[in-house]
Design a protein around this ligand. Sequence first.
Ligand code: IMP
Length: 429
Amino acid sequence: MANVTVIGAQWGDEGKGKVVDWLASRADLVVRFQGGHNAGHTLVVGDQTYKLSLLPSGLVRGKMGIIGNGVVIDPEALLSEIDRVIGQGLKVSPETLRIAENAILILPLHGAIDRAREAARGEGKIGTTGRGIGPAYEDKVARRAIRVCDLAEPETLSFKLDELLLHHNTLLRGLGAPTFEKQALLDQLLALAPRILPYVEPVWERLDEARRAGKRILFEGAQAVMLDVDHGTYPFVTSSNTVAATAASGSGIGPSATGFVLGIAKAYCTRVGSGPFPSELFDDVGKLLGERGREFGTVTGRPRRCGWFDAAMVRQAVKVGGIQGIVMTKIDVLDGIPELKVCVGYRINGKKYTYLPAAMRAQAAAEPIYETFAGWSSSTKGARSYAELPAEAVKYIRRVEELIEAPVTLLSTGPERDDTIMMRDPFEG
Ligand code: IMP
């Protein structure tokens, strides 16, 4: 039985939460492998809405959740999320949640640096979530980060805090922001340690055992390929690799074990934060997509920028992200729009491109080349088979498949878990 890796194929917020929840009900373990509490996954189950940032979505289905080494963990945020979902009736305990001992911690100083730097950037800001994600990953590669396992070693914590504060307080002072005091941080971490440590283990051992026992593992990506630190619209990206290959390195399992790669894409496009968005709409259609699609950030509440589906970009995400099948979400948001457009390439300084080149000024100058489609007047909402879809909607999906060079494996037609049309079972590989 194959495993499945789910990643975003656009700029995030594609509706991964619902898809992961649907797949989690058929998996044994669900693993987060990158990102942190910048992610926001909304899961609607019956009359309950769960908003998860750090916890693997499988917990909602009573499945074992694993936070891999590639995730950056804010321990305060993690504990308050655990308390919140327990308050909603979920069971979260060391029997259902395991955390990699070598995952990196986000400290309050990371958020402070993130926000101070964004303020200093002014107009050129990235539009980060301000949650310290970038600074925490920077500390990881600079080899000075505090890891989850350090919570068990007060001497290591004390020693590492000296190095961290030397670096970060110097920077904070330079940015005119308040600095941090070592003793307060140490006391805070030591106070949190007894609540975090029971969840901690070498998760690679558990994953290896699960793999050998033929259990189904679902790898749950956060953000999306166009926010990947290598392959995205750099520098307007997040600080982790969001492509499917990270499921292996971010959880401690070989690349052959991460299974079938599902990319999630909305039937249109959205983006939060700054950065290029060639098919962005500034007219009434853009407004309509935002209102109908309820396009507000789960984490920050910011309104999302909206635009037409960008097939050139998703094709690129398919190639660099290793995507084998697409889950198209929110097709119902397009219902009743008389004419639809899909971006099939770009014109940049008079030259045609089938992909988005890497250079920053070229990306900013990219103008979309569109293909136009007739819309459909009847509703696709809640459809449970292709036969229930209007002919124009099927035509739209078929053309998108051709353009992105990947099949639409699943179609999501509404927020409820069962509003899904499955063309192919991803767990069957
Ligand atoms: P950071 O991840 O907080 O550093 O933010 C970097 C960029 O990624 C910003 O444009 C954010 O808006 C974007 N971003 C981070 N997480 C998400 C997400 O879960 N969905 C959509 N955009 C995100």
